[in-house]
Design a protein around this ligand. Structure first.
Ligand code: UD1
Ligand code: UDP
Length: 368
């Protein structure tokens, strides 16, 4: 018998943000299969999250790995299509904006299956970002669009997507944070492991291609973070993504003195580091959201963000990569700790998504 839902994922943020969706399938007794493209494959970006988030080993791991965009996406498309043809799920879910999402979306759209896009309607309006192309294409071929906020729904409607395909659910990252925050407080020993006491450090991440692949931008960003840390007399903890690690290895970009490089962290350790940081400096999408949810001020080292809600509520500021602007933004944000409302929902996104997808399937099942 065919499964009801196929869940396609391939990278760290997709594993984290789809974990509550997988748990929901189990709670609601919906049959599902997980197809891992293998876009991320290092233990620290992959298996560690399956173990820690109590997820089953994916039925399929396509093992595609790294490569140029077209090659990586094309290989995923070929292999995903084969699995979907074999499994014949009624619906397929993808989350976010990676190449795995694009491949999953295109493969599904050519088959007789419904596509649901989790985290639909995010827009940076910057077509130089590969992720923007992936989001736009996926939204336009999806049958169900699960928008995290009213703002994302508005973008979709402005692009001509019919309102009856869109549901505002909140972001599943809230579900993941709610489920794991207390567990992190109980179980994680990361603060003592790194000889930190809490609120005595900044946390940074930088992995976006447009920042770390460009030596000048990466150097400038690191200088800015260092200047911010010197001004506040704190150390910066930087769990280094492999893309950034590659650049540090092969270029002469130097890591300034206040920045301590550590390996990518597992989810519980990273959540605790985020909660206990005085300030978060990042170019990550998920980290901007988590900082906002956890009530920790954030500066985003990019020229734009597809999470404008975090800026509107006062939790985040865009600072680009100019060292003086990073320093100034960091000083102001670290002094302006305040209460803001989390714009990403109350933690019921995954329940709403699975309920919507399985409800839609009932009429088809009764007819056939
Ligand atoms: C991808 C996504 C990005 C997302 C990020 C999450 C696209 C276009 N980009 O970027 O949107 O924010 O994942 O982390 O889909 N590498 C390893 N081990 C791995 C995976 C990658 O060492 O498990 C190294 C390889 O050298 C690889 C490089 O990292 O070439 C980049 O990996 P890739 O998956 O192409 O892009 P990310 O930068 O991870
Ligand atoms: N994250 C993690 N360990 C780390 C860095 C990030 O667990 O060392 C988590 C973080 O909590 C968030 C997600 O990874 O949920 C964000 O992924 P990433 O920054 O790789 O991608 P993006 O969100 O920018 O697509």
């Amino acid at each position: 018998m065919s499964v009801e839902i196929a869940i396609i994922l391939g990278t760290r943020p997709e594993i984290i943000k789809l974990s509550p969706v997988i748990h929901q399938c189990e709670q609601q007794g919906i049959s599902y299969t997980v197809i891992h493209t293998g876009q991320h494959y290092s233990d620290s970006l992959d298996t560690v999250f399956f173990d820690q988030l109590d997820l089953p080993t994916p039925e399929y791991n396509l093992g595609i790995g790294s490569g140029p965009h077209g090659e990586q996406t094309g290989e995923m498309l070929i292999e995903v299509e084969k699995v979907l043809r074999d499994e014949q799920p009624a619906s397929v879910l993808v989350q976010g904006d990676t190449n795995s999402v694009l491949a999953g979306a295109i493969a599904t759209s050519k088959l007789d299956m419904e596509l649901g896009h989790v985290e639909a309607g995010l827009r940076s309006f910057d077509r130089d970002m590969p992720e923007e192309t992936n989001r736009v294409v996926t939204d336009h071929v999806a049958d169900y669009l699960f928008a995290p906020t009213e703002q994302s729904k508005e973008y979709l409607v402005e692009e001509g997507i019919s309102e009856d395909r869109i549901t505002v659910t909140g972001n599943t990252v809230v579900d993941a944070v709610h489920r794991n925050r207390e567990i992190a407080e109980e179980k994680s020993t990361v603060l003592s492991d790194l000889s930190l006491t809490g609120r005595d450090f900044f946390l940074m991440t930088a992995h976006r291609a447009e920042n770390v692949d460009d030596e000048d931008r990466f150097r400038s960003l690191l200088r800015g973070v260092n200047a911010a840390a010197l001004a506040s007399d704190v150390e910066v903890i930087y769990p280094v993504h492999p893309r950034a690690q590659d650049q540090l290895r092969k270029s002469d970009v130097l890591v300034p003195s206040q920045i301590r490089l550590v390996n990518p962290q597992d989810y519980l350790d990273f959540l605790l580091l985020e909660s206990e940081a005085d300030l978060i400096l990042t170019d990550s999408g998920g980290v901007q959201e988590e900082a906002c949810i956890l009530g920790v001020p954030c500066v985003t080292m990019r020229e734009n963000t597809e999470r404008p809600e975090t800026i509107e509520v006062g939790a985040n500021r865009l600072v680009g990569v100019d060292p003086a602007t990073i320093r100034e933004g960091a000083i102001e944000m670290s002094q302006s700790r305040s209460e803001w409302a989390n714009p990403f929902g109350v933690g019921t996104a995954s329940e709403q998504i699975i309920t919507a997808v399985s409800d839609q399937q009932i009429p088809d099942r009764q007819i056939s």
